[in-house]
Design a protein around this ligand. Structure first.
Ligand code: ADP
Length: 406
């Protein structure tokens, strides 16, 4: 039986079809630029012998519904899917899960709750919900599961999730820290425990998901006790186009003094800040290239990015009372030796000592990049590739199986 994992964004749909029993990937695909000119549909078919057959089509896709029709047609055409009966379940990534602590089997009540959280994450939950509704129409007999980016962080204690604002305002508007990238933080934490051959419950971990969006998490006894993103994915580390931590007076100041509208400020903070705001580009490879060629703006952008990662490492060492391992993951965390080195530089007295050769040599799979030492207080520094789809598969299967248990 197969499981389809879906990630419906505002202008893209990503999907993976898995063989549920052995988590083998059967098909991976993406539709980009939905509702815009220059749409693109890419699908990779993975044969049992490991070979891939790729197809790419350039076409305009009017909306998510048209996108889903294309995906179903392509899956049927290549023989990966024949109908409802082939599917054990469908797992949907949902960015904002409010107070959901676990993945939820989707029914009308769950849909209403996801809809109620649209104001908290308008760019994400709206498209996520549209994808769920279309998939339910297309596969009415297949169990579907919502896996929330926020759920993993529901274990944070009140001191970590409460904003110091008046209670009536917090209560009336669901204002608290929720945290995001939960599937990635939980996936790499489990991977780290397996790699270190230690029970996850016995470890103190700092996980750093550094992609276009970036967040840090402090994990103790297998549970998140703090994370850098807050009520929305804007708080915390500096990101590709998002500012991260900021004096909360700045937005109101800009509206008051510079005459910017609410919409202009929101757009600036989310889409024109971070690396892009500092040096004009948000791709870290490009930032590093520019910095290496002497561009002072890019150098400052790189320095701020790493300085902020370092500050969160320090904060979470304090929150956890030390750490067994720091995990770097996602596009930048997995691939940028420069960011890893600069983020750890100067933390030697805290037991964080990176080995430059190992760091530069880090390649496929899990890599250990701390300096060799007999000191048991040394913190392991690991590079672990994230795989949010695989975590979605696991959580979807577990959720459906739990329901069928008496
Ligand atoms: P997201 O899923 O949040 O869109 P990813 O996890 O794919 O993001 O990470 C995207 C980021 O990873 C981009 O900033 C990209 O520049 C960066 N990245 C990918 N490969 C490298 C590399 N070799 N060196 C530095 N940065 C890299």
């Amino acid at each position: 039986m197969n499981v389809l994992v879906l990630n419906s964004g505002s202008s893209s749909i990503k999907y993976q079809l898995f063989e549920a029993r052995d988590a083998r990937v059967l098909t991976v695909g993406t539709i980009e630029k939905i509702g815009e000119p220059g749409g693109r549909f890419v699908q990779h078919l993975c044969a049992p012998d490991g070979t891939m057959r790729d197809s790419e089509r350039l076409l305009s896709v009017a909306d998510a519904r048209a996108g889903y029709a294309l995906i179903v047609e392509a899956l049927k055409q290549c023989g990966a899917l024949h109908g409802d009966a082939d599917l054990f379940g469908i797992g949907h990534r949902v960015v904002h899960g409010g107070k959901f602590e676990d993945p939820a089997l989707i029914d009308d009540a769950v849909i209403s709750e996801i809809r109620a959280m649209i104001p908290l994450a308008p760019l994400h939950n709206g498209p996520n919900l549209a994808g769920i509704e279309i998939a339910r129409e297309l596969f009415p007999r297949v169990p579907q599961v919502a896996v929330f980016d926020t759920a993993f962080h529901q274990t944070m204690p009140p001191r970590a999730f409460t904003y110091p604002l008046p209670r009536e305002i917090r209560d009336a508007h669901h204002i608290r820290r929720y945290g995001f990238h939960g599937t990635s933080h939980s996936f790499v934490a489990r991977q780290a425990a397996a790699y270190l051959q230690r029970p996850l419950e016995s470890l103190k971990l700092i996980t750093l998901h550094l992609g276009n969006g970036a967040s840090a998490a402090a994990i103790q006894h297998g549970a998140s006790i703090d994370t850098s993103m807050g009520m929305t994915p804007l708080e915390g580390l500096m990101m590709g186009t998002r500012c991260g931590d900021l004096d909360p007076e700045i937005p109101t100041y800009l509206m008051r003094v510079a005459g910017l509208s609410y919409a202009e400020v929101e757009k600036m903070l989310n889409s024109a800040s971070g690396l892009k705001g500092l040096c004009g580009v948000n791709d870290m490879r490009e930032v590093e290239r520019l910095a290496a060629s002497g561009n002072a703006d890019a150098e400052l952008a790189l320095e701020i990015f790493c300085y902020r990662v370092k500050k969160y490492i320090g904060a979470y060492l304090a929150a956890l009372g030390g750490a067994d391992a720091i995990v770097f993951t996602a596009g930048i965390g997995e691939h940028s030796a420069t960011v890893r080195a600069r983020s750890c530089r100067g933390l030697e007295r805290l037991g964080i000592v990176l080995d430059d050769t190992r760091n530069r040599a880090s390649s496929h799979g899990i890599n250990e990049i701390q300096a060799e030492s007999t000191d048991t207080n040394r913190v392991k520094i690991l590079v672990i590739p994230t795989n949010e789809e695989l975590e979605l598969l696991r959580l979807t299967v577990d959720c459906i199986n739990a329901r069928s248990k008496p």
